[in-house]
Design a protein around this ligand. Structure first.
Ligand code: SAH
Length: 220
């Protein structure tokens, strides 16, 4: 393992374990989610200048006006996604730095991740490679289209908030599938969990959240 991955001081395994205790206090209970987060060095997903803050419960800048989601929200969304049973095929919208991607990759059979900003996607792919996570499918595209070639998905997780859930994402859910997605305009977003049943869609509102906006089109 490289020295950077291993970490020291504020980036050490002990610091990460303190983050896990905090997540437990915040109500995260899924032991598989907590174990995946205990195992994944979060500091290597951010710029070296920010490494020492990687385990604080805050969002941090990752360039291109985007942020790495705070640990609590990564844990919460993953837990909500997995709550109804193990997932085979999952689509993530908004790879960003790839931290959420790494956690999901450890917990589901097959993961596909879509990002609209090319350099973020490339960097995330390199970081995951460094961590020996090599099975994720990446696509540089507008996640509003989903990724129809691999549909239907048992799980969809979006890390950016649309004003309304894109129709294509609903269409690409399997029956029994679950989607965790923030919805709403800046300052008034809520996290939703949508479950597709044989008769339609169930919609649970989980809590208020703050995400970057879901934008259309791609950026090189
Ligand atoms: N979980 C990521 C979150 C990154 S922020 C992390 O922890 O790093 C959200 C990401 O969603 C950004 O990288 C942004 O570029 C991306 N995004 C926003 N709208 C998108 C869209 N329509 N399709 C694909 N990605 C999108």
């Amino acid at each position: 393992m490289s020295r950077r991955i291993q970490g020291i001081g504020m980036t050490s395994r002990r610091t990460r374990e303190r983050m896990i205790s905090r997540l437990r206090e915040q109500g995260i209970y899924n032991s598989k989610v907590l174990a995946a987060m205990a195992d994944t060095p979060r500091h290597i997903f951010v710029d070296e200048a920010l490494e020492s803050r990687a385990y604080e419960d805050t969002a941090l800048p990752i360039g291109h006006n985007q942020t790495i989601s705070q640990p609590y929200i990564v844990a919460k969304m993953t837990e909500l996604l997995l709550e109804k049973g193990p997932l085979h095929k999952v689509l993530e919208i908004g790879t960003g730095c790839g931290y959420q991607t790494a956690i999901l990759a450890k917990l589901v059979d097959q993961l596909y991740s879509v990002e609209r900003i090319a350099p973020l996607m490339k960097k995330a792919r390199d970081t995951l490679w460094e961590l020996n996570i090599k099975t994720v499918g990446f696509k540089h595209s507008d996640g509003g289209w989903g990724w129809p070639e691999h549909a239907p998905y048992d799980g969809i997780l979006a890390a950016a908030a649309p004003a309304e859930i894109p129709e294509a994402l609903l269409e690409q859910m399997a029956i029994g599938g679950v989607m965790v997605i923030p919805v709403g305009l800046e300052g008034m977003q809520e996290l939703h969990r949508i479950t597709r049943t044989e008769h339609g869609f169930e919609d649970e509102v989980i809590e208020r959240v703050s995400f970057v906006p879901f934008l259309s089109g791609v950026s090189q």
